[in-house]
Structures are given as structure tokens and as C-alpha cells.
Design a protein around this ligand. Structure first.
Ligand SMILES: Nc1ncnc2c1ncn2[C@@H]1O[C@H](COP(=O)(O)OP(=O)(O)OP(=O)(O)O)[C@@H](O)[C@H]1O
Ligand SMILES: [Mg+2]
Length: 434
């Protein structure tokens, strides 16, 4: 298959060569004509001079007087000249199979005839033909160079787009294309860059959501496994274990629905269904969820309840948030330590008696993999995704996640919007009813 660049080079080179050839042919025709005209007018001038000279030859046959290798001069009676020569005072004539150019001048009853061999005229014009040939050769070389340059400059941006598209199709992120050249090529590069950016963002969002959902599947599974083991060992009553297992199975179902929606490409982040939630209830459920694991690790989970602790949030998603924080706290707190869940209006805190975080960790604590990379070698770590999911979910519910730490422990705070007051609800109902 011929490449675009070769095609363009052939097309441009061919077009320029045709143009150069046509110009050369026209040029050659015009040069030939003007050389012949110059030769005839030279002959005419010469014969005119000779006609008035005293050295004029006597009338006689062609070539009897003043014959040189290339020229012959004769004086003929008009009658004879009319028989031998065409009517015109200048022209071409063949004598003994040799071509001549001639010019005539009447002098009384005679005609002076000057003949010049066509070959001598041709040899005089040789330098013109050489110059014309050289110009043609240079023209052809320029045509080839121009075709190569133009072919390359037009094909290069297209080839760049083709290469970048291939990279994009293979799943890698191509570098942004330079926006240069003619307006059409600039437009092509710009559109490609926009498309590649959108595709990469969509792909990243999908990958990130897939990671988050898969990550969140761990928590209910761990709770189900912990409770079933504890049930086996007879640590918890069957009623308590079955209740937790049933709730966790329902949560697994919601996460699997997230995965199905992701596969259908109509969801790229956790969906949120806000409701008025009781944070004390959420804290209690979270503690129950992790009770089996806390017992294994020898860490106590305690609840510190405020008076009014309602907020507006999606209860399942909030449970995901608190679970992530409790999981971290349990993993990082030494045996014998305590994890405290404190609630207040629109606020839920997870405090522990673990090793804490350095002050310069605080601004980046919720960045994906930041703390994971930092403490990978000195603390038990998971996959490094949990805190990023905590922040994403807290923000999606209209709240925020914060952290404060000291060498004696860490305190994560989730702030959430407060539920609408009775007055606000009444106003809302009145508005929607009107
Ligand atoms: N309460 C805490 N006390 C001390 N260090 C913590 C605490 N919470 C988190 N960290 C540190 O921050 C790191 C990142 O936490 P994050 O929840 O983002 O990921 P992870 O727990 O390592 O893995 P994952 O949650 O994805 O299973 C943890 O590995 C841990 O080193
Ligand atoms: Mg974690």
C-alpha cells in the first residue's frame, strides 16, 4: 500500500514536472522561432549591404562566386531566380539534399541571392539550447525537492494524528499534538487533542470508580467473614450475627449494582440518595460491623454520643466512609488501644490511640496513595485507596473530611449538611404545592 507521503510526493512532483515540461516545450518553440527570425533578418541585412557593394558578383550560377563553407552568394537574372526560388524574399530551400536559408535583393534586372546552410544556423543556436536544457534540468530538480518538502509537510501532521490515534486505541495516553501549520491541519490537531483529553478523562474516571467499588466490596465481605467465624466459635449469638450478615449482604448488593452500572457505562461515580440520618445509629452500626475484627485485634471500639446527632446524608455511603476510617484506626492502633466514635449535629469523628500522622502529612492525607506510600514500610497498610474514597463520598454528600493528628493518636472528622428544619420543609412544601 502506497503511503500518503509517497502519494503526495508523486502527485506534487508529477504536477510540477508537467508544468516545467510544458514551459520548456513552449520556450523551445519560441526560442527556435526567434532564432530563425534573427537568422533571416541577418541574412537580409547582409544581402542588402552586398547589393550596394562594388564587389558585387557577376550574374551566374549558384555558388560560382563568394562560396564559403556555410554561405553562398550569387547574382541571378530575375527570370532564373523566379524559377529557382519561391516567391518570398526570404525562406528555406533544399539544394543537393542540403537545407539552406536564403535572402534576396533585387538590383535592376538581377537578383542578389545569399544562402546560408541551415546546419550553421543550428550550430549558432546551440548555446541557447544548452541553456534551455540546463534550466529544464534545474527546474526538474527543484520540482523533485519541492515535492519531497511539500509531501512531507502536508503528510507529517496527518501521520502524527494517525500515530497518536493508534496509541489511544491501544489504551496508552498520547502526548498532546502540536497545533501548527495550515488552518485545516491546526483544526485537526486541536480536535484530536480535545477528543484524546475527553477519552482519557472518561477512561480515568471509569478506572478510578472501578477501583473504588472493588475496594468497598472488601468491607462487607470482611464483616460477613468475621461474624461467620465468630458464630462458628460461639462468640456472638446467632441472632446478632445473622442480623449483621444480612445487612452486609444487602450492602454488597448495592455495590455490585454500582459495578453493573459502571459496566453499562452510565455511572462513573457513587450515586447518592440523601436522607435525614441519625449519626448515632450510623456510629452504632459501624461499630457492630467491625466488632468481630476489633475483638481479633484486641482494640476496643467505644461510642461517645452527643445529644442531637442528625445530618443529611446517604446512610449506606456514610457507612462506607465511617467503615474506612474505623478500618484504618483498627489496623494502626496497637493492641489494648481504643477507637472512639463521637457524634454531634452534622458531625461524626473517628479517634484512635494509634501512632498519629506527621503535621506535613495533613494537607495530603486524603490524596490517593499519599499516606500509603509514606508509611508503606513502617505501618500495616492496605491498598492506599480508602481515604481518597472517604473524601470523595463526604464531598458528594455535600460535606467534607478533615484530619487532625498528634503523636498519641489521629482524629478524622466528617462534617455533613444539617437536615432541613420543620420551617424549611413547610416552606418547601408550600412552594412545590403552588
Ligand atoms: N488512623 C490512622 N492512624 C495512623 N495512620 C493512618 C490512619 N489512617 C490512615 N493511616 C495511614 O494512611 C495510609 C492510607 O490510608 P488509606 O485508608 O488511604 O489506605 P490503606 O488503609 O493503606 O488501604 P485501603 O484503605 O485502601 O485498604 C494507611 O496505610 C496508614 O498508613
Ligand atoms: Mg484504609
Amino acid at each position: 500500500m502506497i503511503s500518503l507521503q509517497t502519494r503526495l510526493r508523486l502527485a506534487i512532483g508529477g504536477a510540477v514536472l508537467v508544468a516545467v515540461s510544458v514551459s520548456l516545450l513552449v520556450g523551445a518553440y519560441l526560442v527556435r522561432r526567434s532564432l530563425e527570425r534573427a537568422a533571416f533578418s541577418g541574412l537580409q541585412r547582409q544581402v542588402g549591404l552586398l547589393a550596394h557593394e562594388d564587389v558585387r558578383p557577376a550574374p551566374g550560377q549558384f555558388g560560382r562566386f563568394l562560396a564559403t563553407q556555410d554561405e553562398r552568394l550569387s547574382v541571378l537574372p530575375k527570370q532564373q531566380a523566379r524559377l529557382l526560388l519561391p516567391d518570398s524574399p526570404t525562406g528555406r530551400i533544399a539544394i543537393n539534399e542540403r537545407d539552406y536559408l536564403y535572402a534576396t535583393q533585387d538590383i535592376g534586372p538581377d537578383v542578389v541571392v545569399l544562402l546560408r546552410t541551415a546546419s550553421s544556423v543550428r550550430s549558432e543556436s546551440k548555446p541557447f539550447w544548452v541553456a534551455l536544457g540546463a534550466a529544464g534540468g534545474i527546474g526538474c530538480l527543484l520540482a523533485v525537492a519541492l515535492a519531497a518538502m511539500l509531501g512531507r509537510s502536508i503528510a507529517r501532521p496527518v501521520l502524527r494524528v494517525a500515530r497518536a490515534s493508534r496509541q489511544l486505541a491501544e489504551g496508552s495516553q498520547p502526548e498532546a499534538l502540536p497545533v501548527v501549520g495550515a488552518s485545516e491541519l491546526r483544526g485537526l490537531s486541536e480536535s484530536f487533542n480535545t477528543m484524546a483529553g475527553q477519552l482519557t478523562r472518561a477512561r480515568d474516571a471509569e478506572r478510578s470508580f472501578l477501583l473504588s467499588v472493588s475496594h468497598e466490596l472488601k468491607t462487607p465481605l470482611t464483616a460477613i467473614r468475621g461474624y461467620s467465624e465468630a458464630l462458628d466459635e460461639g462468640v456472638f449469638t446467632p441472632e446478632r450475627a445473622v442480623k449483621v450478615i444480612r445487612i452486609e449482604a444487602a450492602r454488597l448488593e448495592r455495590l455490585i449494582a454500582d459495578l453493573i452500572n459502571l459496566a453499562r457505562l452510565d455511572q462513573q461515580r457513587f450515586d447518592i440518595y440523601p436522607d435525614t440520618v441519625d449519626l448515632v445509629e450510623i456510629a452504632r452500626e459501624s461499630a457492630a460491623r467491625h466488632a468481630a475484627r476489633a475483638r481479633d485485634l484486641g482494640v476496643r471500639i467505644q461510642l461517645e454520643q452527643g445529644r442531637c446527632a442528625s445530618a443529611r446524608a446517604d446512610p449506606d455511603r456514610l457507612l462506607q466512609v465511617v467503615s474506612n476510617l474505623i478500618e484504618n484506626a483498627l489496623r494502626c492502633t496497637p493492641r489494648g488501644g481504643t477507637v472512639t466514635l463521637a457524634t454531634a449535629a452534622g458531625e461524626l469523628k473517628v479517634k484512635d490511640t494509634g501512632p498519629g500522622l506527621a503535621s506535613d502529612d495533613i494537607p495530603h492525607a486524603f490524596d490517593r496513595f499519599f499516606l500509603y506510600r509514606r508509611y508503606n514500610n513502617e505501618r500495616p497498610v492496605g491498598t492506599g485507596l480508602g481515604l481518597a474514597i472517604v473524601r470523595e463520598l463526604a464531598q458528594a454528600m455535600g460535606g467534607e473530611a478533615r484530619v487532625a493528628a498528634s503523636p498519641t493518636g489521629t482524629e478524622f472528622t466528617i462534617s455533613l449538611p444539617l437536615p432541613k428544619t420543620r420551617d424549611q420543609l413547610d416552606a418547601l412544601h408550600a412552594f412545590t404545592a403552588s
